[in-house]
Design a protein around this ligand. Structure first.
Ligand SMILES: O=C(O)[C@@H](CO)OP(=O)(O)O
Length: 247
């Protein structure tokens, strides 16, 4: 059996301000940093150890990983960054307040933009200063892969090649893998692993800064999954994420 640990970054400044974030590179809040530290302590206290880590190219996930590894005295572990683990691109919604957007367009529309499988939010214009195309960290991304918005289906399509080509072979070879990622890049991976339907995925929310363990069989089929720590606290935190899009 293999064990994979996924962790969504701790609270970010735009989580706190309740803004659509996507590829905007905002940092952790003091609480977000503390969540990462606590996760590292919990993993260490429970005797977890890892051989290889993956994260996105965004600092809220990277810093979360740093703090987890620091608490575990594992800052020396190899860390692979990939844009494919970035948050789902939120298009022209990036920067807008979620509750204000719900007041303007309605809770239903915001739920569609946040959680529907195949309806993307409005796209960023190519000339929009928010578009990340010129950022050096994305030099390797082919123009045809570079998003101006994404629905979850698009995120699944760019996460899966990385899973298949990098993460899955590493896990199969026996490496103990820790992933620090984002709410929707994790939803993309979890949807694939658990075979969650396009309808059911709408109701799945992932809380900040709580390690999520997947036990996988030899074919990397999930046997079970669970949050470390208090399951009620994890469920409450997931419900709070769901409520962020309400007017
Ligand atoms: O704003 C975002 O990028 C994500 C994660 O914080 O939000 P949501 O939960 O609304 O998809």
């Amino acid at each position: 059996m293999h064990k994979l640990v996924l962790i969504r970054h701790g609270e970010s400044t735009w989580n706190l301000e309740n803004r659509f974030t996507g590829w905007t590179d905002v940092d952790l809040t003091p609480l977000g940093l503390e969540q990462a530290v606590q996760s590292g302590r919990l993993l260490k206290a429970e005797g977890w150890d890892f051989d290889l880590c993956y994260t996105s190219v965004l600092k809220r996930a990277t810093r979360t990983l740093w703090h987890v590894l620091d608490e575990m005295d594992r800052t020396w572990l190899p860390v692979v960054h990939s844009w494919r683990l970035n948050e789902r691109h939120y298009g022209a919604l990036q920067g807008l307040n979620k509750a204000e957007t719900a007041r303007k367009f309605g809770d239903e529309q915001v739920l569609v933009w946040r959680r529907s499988y195949d309806v993307p939010p409005p796209a960023l214009d190519e000339g929009d200063p928010r578009w990340e195309r010129g950022d050096r960290r994305y030099e390797q991304v082919r123009p045809e892969d570079f998003p101006r918005t994404e629905c979850l289906k698009d995120t699944v399509a760019r996460v899966l090649p990385f899973w298949n080509e990098a993460m899955a072979p590493a896990i199969r070879s026996g490496q103990r893998v820790l992933v620090a990622a984002h709410g929707n890049s994790m939803r993309a991976l979890v949807k694939y692993l658990d075979g969650i339907s396009d309808q059911e995925i709408v109701g799945l929310n992932i809380p900040n800064g709580i390690p999520l363990v997947y036990e996988l069989d030899e074919q990397l089929r999930p046997l079970r999954h669970y949050y470390l720590g208090d399951p009620e606290a994890a469920a409450k935190a997931a419900a709070a994420v769901a409520a962020q899009g309400k007017a």
